[in-house]
Design a protein around this ligand. Sequence first.
Ligand SMILES: Nc1nc2c(ncn2[C@@H]2O[C@H](COP(=O)(O)OP(=O)(O)OP(=O)(O)O)[C@@H](O)[C@H]2O)c(=O)[nH]1
Ligand SMILES: [Mg+2]
Length: 289
Amino acid sequence: MLLQLRHRLLSPNFPSLRTFPSPNTLPISLSLRASISQKTNPQSSESAAFARTVLFIPPGVELDEITEEKVLPGSNIVLGPYAGDAKIKQVDFVKSSNRPKDCPRDERPEFAMLGRSNVGKSSLINSLVRKKEVALTSKKPGKTQLINHFLVNKSWYIVDLPGYGFANAPESARMDWSSFTKGYFLNRDTLVSVLLLVDASVPPQKIDLDCANWLGRNNIPMTFVFTKCDKAKGGKAKRLDENIKDFQQLIRESYRQHPPWIMTSSVTGLGRDELLLHMSQLRNYWDQE
Ligand SMILES: Nc1nc2c(ncn2[C@@H]2O[C@H](COP(=O)(O)OP(=O)(O)OP(=O)(O)O)[C@@H](O)[C@H]2O)c(=O)[nH]1
Ligand SMILES: [Mg+2]
């Protein structure tokens, strides 16, 4: 069912098949929309290659239908015919599990929040559902310790996970990541996509790239969600844009097609509606397969 989608999202890079545009045509994140309007001319094979490698083109969209308006602001995501039902009317906490096998088994589709401790996973959940304390957050890393399932509109799950890369959490509270990753990510048939959160206010971190590469190698669909994009006041705006661009450049070295990415802030709500639309198109496609 997911194979087709997974394939579209994550084609591991084989050097002989590289179709990346030359570096000077690569867009930087904040000027992506401008770049697209200059380049999405369906008559040109260069622009088709550009669109295919840089944009996330969901099922049901033909290359020659893509216009600038169809790309969600602050992202590389093209909106397709499966988008809809992006409003959150109800959210219910269902359960906390400390083992993957204790997670709900009712076949509803789910999205998992993954990323370093303190990157803003729990905050993003609260922002998406527009409630302050559905998921508990903290200034101190290591707040979320269990697998938490939240049921949205009685039909799909958002899953809050403990962060990785926080060495100072007490041993008893720390997750065994090797058994967790195997147990959860590799066997969770209802996982529509991982939302891999990356802090846009710091330069690319090896642990995030390792995580992305592990997901890619295992054909687990992912969307990169850049967090804390409000931390861009004054001179920091350029730095934030450079962090995102540098991260994307590193990812591009591993993928023939770029996975979807989007810029967000849980403080200002930036990217919230766009991310919900993206999740709706992945979910609706998943549902009908
Ligand atoms: N400026 C800013 N701060 C944020 C944003 N998102 C989260 N934070 C802050 O970052 C800190 C960590 O947020 P959490 O949501 O608890 O992070 P987490 O990824 O769930 O962390 P763990 O549960 O420890 O893995 C808190 O102090 C948040 O207020 C954001 O978009 N902008
Ligand atoms: Mg958390």
